[in-house]
Ligand binder design. Sequence first.
Ligand SMILES: [Zn+2]
Length: 142
Amino acid sequence: MKKSQTCKHCGEYFTPNRRGVQKYCSNSCRSLAWRKAKTKPKENTLAGVVGKEPEKEQAEIPSNPKDKISFAGIANATIGSGIASIVDTLLTPEENKPATKKDIQALQASLIKRYLPIRNLAPNAKGQNAYYDFEVKVVVYR
Ligand SMILES: [Zn+2]
């Protein structure tokens, strides 16, 4: 009578053909166990590869360290500021944009006009509207 053994993969009892050599009940358990055993170190290997990548870069840099670093820095700064200004343009409403030459010209034109209507002041008792007089720098009703 052959002595039974437990499969190292599924834990089932089985009768080995050659005692001491066979660790699994079947070929499928043997291959599954082998794959499982291979999967674990593979994860470690993958992590190892990821961990090793910066090392590889660092190893390449000393051949020409300053050029690479400064070029990367300039490229990043250029791309960064370019994107920043584009984003700024997209997100800033027209009226909140910094004064352009055109805006300043418009403001100068209104200054020449002397009286700037003040919208948040109600007309006075005479029905005159409030204006800011640029010349004497006071609110006037006209
Ligand atoms: Zn098995």
